[in-house]
Design a protein around this ligand. Structure first.
Ligand SMILES: [Cu+2]
Length: 390
């Protein structure tokens, strides 16, 4: 009797952390949505992919194992595309491509030749099963180091392609063998909004200020692609102890001085106008293992309608992880928190909480004659750079 009770007590005590681990690490090698890549430098990346009718592919439980290590280091709990907002320069169309146009379900099949030496993965949309996700190992650059041996940079590339109106969006998730991460979105397909100016001199005069004449009959209207990502960081074993720092680089004579600032509350920042800054997400207060958010493609800036498009007023937001806060705009069913700007409470502490970084970049797309009838790919990206991992 005593033995069996002790057995049950011990089993129970051991079961709790096991169940907890199962809950936190809901991504196992046995799962068919598990992705793993080994690199020639000995490093490894692993994660799981999921699919949603709105944002399409999103990634969870992302871990990096550095070269010469067998301890996976957890980096990100979950990352998804949080919106693609496309306002046109004529002030008319303002498309929220992810939430209005079934971006996810617009996924199209990838041809085997477009995923050469890779693996085509089947994705189930609301309508059909489709070979829509490509996993490939890509060699980035090959250089000779000063030691006169071959040095190769490899990366794991995951991409899908989504039809939205006349456009095709191609989200790319890149995980480099050196621990670096790059999130990109490419756009191709056909121009969405063109105006016929043939025999309409007044219309031509008006629209040449709002776009670019792409042939004798047509003006393509300029627009801005505002891409948003939601990155739920979780560096190391504990998701609730990450520390966030802002590094501001200031000119001092000929020198450039780094000034470090701790971020203790939910906050909003700009990386485009006040360049020369970056953000550091650190494993915890005692570990300097970290990821640096390095702004990319910061040349353009779009500021939308005052209240309605307040989510465009900043480029980078830091919030606590609240599950229903998922989309930068048209975020329905979240206690009336409809857009990213509603998620930030300037007195809400982020200390000992699971934090989320919202990153956006913008491209002012001015059409060209060369983009008719079909655009070549315009691609935008930013990077997460590992520091002190190995
Ligand atoms: Cu465009």
């Amino acid at each position: 009797m005593f033995t069996s009770m002790r057995f049950w007590i011990i089993s129970f005590v051991f079961a709790i952390p096991y169940l907890f681990l199962q809950m936190v690490y809901a991504c196992n090698p046995a799962d068919n949505n598990y992705i793993h890549e080994d690199f020639s430098n000995g490093a490894q990346w692993s994660m799981c992919w999921e699919f949603n009718n709105d944002e399409g592919i999103y990634l969870t439980d992302i871990t990096y194992t550095p070269p010469n290590s067998n301890a996976p280091f957890r980096v990100i709990n979950e990352v998804n595309i949080a919106q693609i907002f496309v306002p046109y320069d004529d002030g008319q169309n303002r498309f929220h491509d992810v939430t209005t146009y079934d971006f996810g379900d617009g996924i199209i099949a990838i041809k085997p030749q477009n995923c050469a030496d890779g693996k085509l993965i089947t994705v189930s949309t609301m309508y059909e099963d489709i070979r829509g996700l490509c996993q490939r190992k890509v060699t980035d650059t090959t250089v000779h180091s000063i030691l006169n041996k071959l040095s190769t940079s490899e990366l794991l590339l995951l991409f899908s392609s989504h039809q939205v109106g006349a456009y095709n969006y191609i989200p790319e998730w890149k995980f480099y063998s050196n621990g670096m991460i790059e999130f990109a979105i490419g756009a191709t397909g056909a121009l969405e909004t063109v105006v016929n100016i043939h025999n309409h001199p007044n219309r031509e005069e008006k629209f040449r200020k709002l776009g670019w004449k792409i042939d004798n009959r047509t003006v393509g209207v300029s627009h801005v692609h505002n891409y948003f990502w939601r990155i739920d960081f979780a560096l190391g074993d504990n998701e609730n102890d990450d520390v966030v720092k802002l590094i501001q680089y200031k000119k001092q004579g000929n020198k450039t001085i780094a000034q470090w600032h701790d971020i203790a509350v939910e906050s909003r920042f700009n990386h485009k106008e006040d360049n020369y800054r970056g953000w550091l997400i650190q494993e915890n207060a005692h570990s300097d293992k970290s990821y640096y958010v390095e702004p990319g493609d910061s040349g353009h800036r779009f500021i939308g309608i005052k209240k309605k498009e307040a989510f465009t007023r900043n480029d980078l937001y830091i919030t606590n992880d609240i599950a229903c806060e998922r989309y930068a705009s048209q975020n329905y069913a979240c206690n009336n928190k409809k857009q990213l700007s509603d998620f930030v409470q300037s007195n809400a502490s982020i200390e000992n909480k699971d934090i989320v970084v919202w990153y956006s970049l913008t491209l002012h797309h001015i059409p060209r004659g060369e983009e008719s009838p079909e655009m070549d790919m315009h691609r935008n990206s930013f990077k997460l750079i590992p520091k002190n991992l190995y």
